[in-house]
Design a protein around this ligand. Structure first.
Ligand code: ADP
Ligand code: ADP
Length: 228
C-alpha cells in the first residue's frame, strides 16, 4: 500500500493561478516514481505540497492511509519526508560531517559527531565521501549526494528529488539512480521530477505525467519490479 498519497489535491496561488487541479497519485515503498511534465506543469508545486512548503487549497495528503497536514517543512520532516531542491542548501565552507550534523534532529545529532558513524551511514547508500571534505570544494554531483544524504538523516520514508539530473552528465545520472536504488532497498519511496523520458524508462519504476496542473497519464516502466 502507498506510503504517501495526494487525494484530489488542488493548489490555487494567491494571484488566482491554479497550478494543480484535483491531482490524485500514490507513492509506494521501495519504488522510484518519476514525475514528468513540461515547465509550468505543476511538478514543483506538487513536491512543495508534500514537503509542507505549500498547503493544498483543496484535497488532502495521506500517509499510510491517514490524513496529514504539513503546514511547514518541519511538519513534513517530522513525518519522514526529505527533499532535495534544485538549488542546494548546503553550507559551502562547512564539511560534509558538519552539513549533516546541522540537519540532524534530536538523538540523531550524536550520530553525526563521529566520522566513523557518518561513514557507516553513507556506506549504507553506497556513498564513499570523506566526512572532513569541505562541501563547496566538491564537484556538483557530489554536492548533490551530500544534499541527498541530508534529506535522509531523519528516518526518511519518502525522498523527493526536484530535477536532480539537470546538472549531471549521463554517467552521473546513472550513478544518481544507483544511489536512489539503494535508498529504495530499505522501503523508502523516491519521487523524482525530471524532463528526461529516457532517464525515466531506464531508471524509474513508475511515472506520472503532469500537464497544466492535471495528471495526463501514468504507468509502470518495463523494468518495474513492484508488486504494489
Ligand atoms: P513545474 O515545476 O512543473 O515547472 P511549477 O509547479 O513550478 O511547475 O509551476 C506551475 C505553475 O504555477 C507555473 O505556471 C508557475 O508560473 C505557477 N506558479 C508557481 N509558483 C507560483 C506562485 N507562488 N504564485 C503564482 N503562480 C505560481
Ligand atoms: P524552479 O526553480 O523550481 O523552477 P522557479 O524558478 O519557477 O522554481 O520559481 C522560484 C520561486 O518562484 C518558487 O517559490 C515559485 O513558487 C515562485 N514562482 C514561480 N512562478 C511564479 C509566478 N508566476 N508567480 C509568483 N511566484 C512564482
Amino acid at each position: 500500500s502507498p506510503v504517501i498519497e495526494l487525494d484530489h489535491v488542488s493548489k490555487r496561488y494567491p494571484n488566482g493561478f491554479v497550478a494543480l487541479e484535483k491531482v490524485s497519485l500514490s507513492f509506494f515503498p521501495g519504488e522510484i516514481h518519476a514525475l514528468l511534465g513540461e515547465n509550468g506543469a505543476g511538478k514543483s508545486t506538487l513536491m512543495n505540497i508534500l514537503y509542507g512548503v505549500h498547503e493544498p487549497t483543496e484535497g488532502g495528503v495521506l500517509m499510510n492511509g491517514r490524513q496529514v497536514i504539513h503546514r511547514r517543512p518541519a511538519d513534513a520532516i517530522a513525518n519522514g519526508i526529505g527533499m532535495v531542491h534544485q538549488h542546494f542548501k548546503l553550507v559551502a565552507p562547512f564539511t560534509v560531517a558538519e552539513n549533516l550534523a546541522l540537519v540532524a534532529r534530536g538523538e540523531r545529532k550524536k550520530l553525526f559527531r563521529r566520522h566513523a558513524d557518518i561513514r557507516a551511514f553513507m556506506q549504507a547508500y553506497g556513498v564513499e565521501l570523506d566526512p572532513a571534505a569541505v562541501v563547496g570544494q566538491l564537484p556538483l554531483a557530489l554536492q548533490q549526494r551530500v544534499e541527498i544524504l541530508k534529506a535522509l538523516v531523519n528516518d526518511t520514508r519518502v525522498l523527493l528529488l526536484d530535477e536532480p539530473s539537470t546538472i549531471l552528465t549521463p554517467k552521473e545520472i546513472s550513478e544518481l539512480y544507483d544511489t536512489a536504488r539503494r535508498i529504495c532497498a530499505n522501503g523508502t519511496a523516491v519521487a523524482v521530477v525530471t524532463h528526461n523520458v529516457d532517464e525515466v524508462l531506464s531508471h524509474a519504476d513508475r511515472y506520472t505525467i503532469l500537464r497544466r496542473g492535471k495528471t495526463n497519464g501514468s504507468g509502470l516502466t518495463a523494468g518495474c519490479t513492484s508488486a504494489e
